[in-house]
Design a protein around this ligand. Structure first.
Ligand code: SF4
Length: 366
C-alpha cells in the first residue's frame, strides 16, 4: 500500500478544514474558537497552499496533501470532491504522492470511502480518542468502540491505510484504560498512530468542569509517562507513532486559549527522551551485569539520536548518574550506530555492548 523507499523523507502538507457547525458536542472541543478564528479555505485556495509548501519541501521527499482539522467525510459531498479535485494534477505529475484525510469513526460509509479512493486518498485517520466506552461517553464523542472497530475494518477492506488518533487524560481515563486503548488500537493494525494529551481549552465544557473542580488534567510528568507506555507498545508492534502532542499552532499559542493541561511545543521529543533514558538505564545495567565495570562509561548512539539521549538540559544524563551513582557519563554520537540502539563502552573504546530498541522492547514486561 506504500511505495515509499526505506528511509525516504516524508512530508504532509497540512490543509486545515475545520468542521464548522459540527453537530457533535465533544466536551474538550473549542467549536467557538474554531468558528471565530478559522475559516475553511475555499477549494480555489488549495492550489496556493500546495504551491507555497512545495517550494519549501526538499526534492525527493515523499509528499502528501493532508486534509486535517475536522471530519472530512462529514462535510458536504460536493465540497469534499471539490477539495480532492484540486490535488489531482499534482498527483498526476507525481509531485504529491497521496492524500490523507482525518475524520470521525461514525462518519465512514462505503460510498464515501470509494469516493476517497477514486481521488487518490491513501490514508484515513480516525479521531478514535479512546477504546473505552465509558470514556467516549463522558467525553461526548457520540459513538462507541464497536463503531470504531467497524470503521477501521471498512477502511482496511477498501485497501486504504488506517491512521488512529488517541487522546489521553480524558475524563474517566486512567493509565490502564489508555494502555487498553493502545492495545486494542494496535490489534486493529493501523499504519500510523497519533497520541494527544487532553488540554483544557477556554470556553469548552471541559473548562467549566475544570473551573468547578470536576476535572483535573494530567500533569506533564503523567502525560509523558502514559504516552511513553503507549508509544513503546506501538513500537513493539512496529506501528509508527507519527505525532505525540498537539501541533503548537498560533491558535493554541494565543494567551488564555490553553487554560490547563500538559501543553508543550516539544511534547513528542520529551516522550522520546524519556524512552531513551529508560533504554539507556537498562543498557547500562546489562553492561554492568556482563562486564562488572562501573566507571569511565560512555553511551554510544546514532548522531541523530544524540539530543534525545542527552535530554533537555542534560536531564537524562543527570538522572542516570544519580540513579547509578556515577560521577560522570559520556555520550558519543556516530552515524554507524543503528538508530534507536544504545551501546556502552569504556572511555574511548568502541561500544562493547549494544542493546537494540527491539531487544529493549522485548525485554519489557508486557
Ligand atoms: S471535536 Fe467533536 S465537536 Fe469538535 S468538531 Fe470534532 S466532532 Fe465536532
Amino acid at each position: 500500500m506504500d511505495d515509499r523507499s526505506l528511509g525516504q523523507r516524508h512530508s504532509n502538507i497540512p490543509i486545515f478544514i475545520p468542521h464548522l457547525g459540527c453537530p457533535n458536542d465533544c466536551i474538550y472541543c473549542d467549536q467557538k474558537i474554531i468558528a471565530h478564528q478559522a475559516v475553511a479555505p475555499a477549494p480555489e485556495q488549495i492550489a496556493g497552499i500546495l504551491e507555497r509548501h512545495l517550494t519549501t519541501i526538499p526534492a525527493g521527499t515523499w509528499t502528501e496533501a493532508a486534509f486535517f482539522g475536522g471530519s472530512f467525510t462529514a462535510i458536504d459531498l460536493s465540497l469534499q470532491e471539490a477539495y480532492l479535485q484540486v490535488v489531482q494534477p499534482y498527483l498526476q505529475q507525481g509531485v504529491i504522492k497521496g492524500i490523507r484525510v482525518s475524520t470521525r469513526p461514525d462518519c465512514i460509509d462505503d460510498n464515501n470511502l470509494d469516493l476517497l479512493s477514486c481521488y487518490g486518498v491513501r490514508m484515513v485517520e480516525l479521531g478514535v480518542q479512546s477504546m473505552c466506552d465509558e470514556v467516549l461517553k463522558t467525553s461526548g464523542r457520540g459513538y462507541d468502540s464497536r463503531t470504531v472497530r467497524h470503521s477501521c475494518q471498512r477502511i482496511q477492506a477498501k485497501n486504504l491505510q488506517l491512521g488512529i488518533q488517541l487522546m489521553i487524560g480524558l475524563p474517566g481515563d486512567t493509565l490502564a484504560r489508555d494502555i487498553a486503548s493502545a492495545r486494542e488500537s494496535a490489534a486493529l493494525q493501523p499504519q500510523a498512530v497519533r497520541i494527544y494529551p487532553t488540554l483544557v481549552l477556554s470556553g469548552t465544557k471541559l473548562a467549566a468542569m475544570y473551573d468547578q473542580g470536576r476535572y483535573t488534567p494530567l500533569d506533564m510528568e503523567e502525560a509523558i509517562r502514559i504516552s511513553k507506555a503507549m508509544y513503546l507498545l506501538f513500537c513493539l508492534h512496529d506501528i509508527p507513532v507519527i505525532r505525540m502532542g498537539l501541533h503548537p499552532g498560533p491558535e493554541l499559542q494565543n494567551p488564555g486559549i490553553v487554560k490547563a493541561g500538559p501543553f508543550h511545543s516539544s511534547f513528542g521529543e520529551m516522550v522520546e527522551q524519556a524512552v531513551f533514558r529508560d533504554h539507556a538505564y537498562k543498557t547500562l545495567q546489562s553492561f554492568h551485569d556482563s562486564f562488572g565495570i562501573y566507571d569511565e562509561l560512555c553511551l554510544h548512539v546514532n548522531r541523530r539520536d544524540l539530543s534525545k539521549m542527552i535530554g533537555q538540559r542534560r536531564s537524562n544524563i543527570i538522572w542516570i548518574c544519580q540513579q547509578m551513582g556515577f560521577d560522570r557519563l559520556d555520550v558519543k554520537g556516530n552515524l554507524d550506530q543503528t538508530l534507536g540502539s544504545i551501546g556502552v563502552g569504556r572511555g574511548d573504546e568502541p561500544a562493547r555492548y549494544v542493546l537494540s530498541r527491539r531487544q529493549y522492547l522485548e525485554g519489557l514486561s508486557w
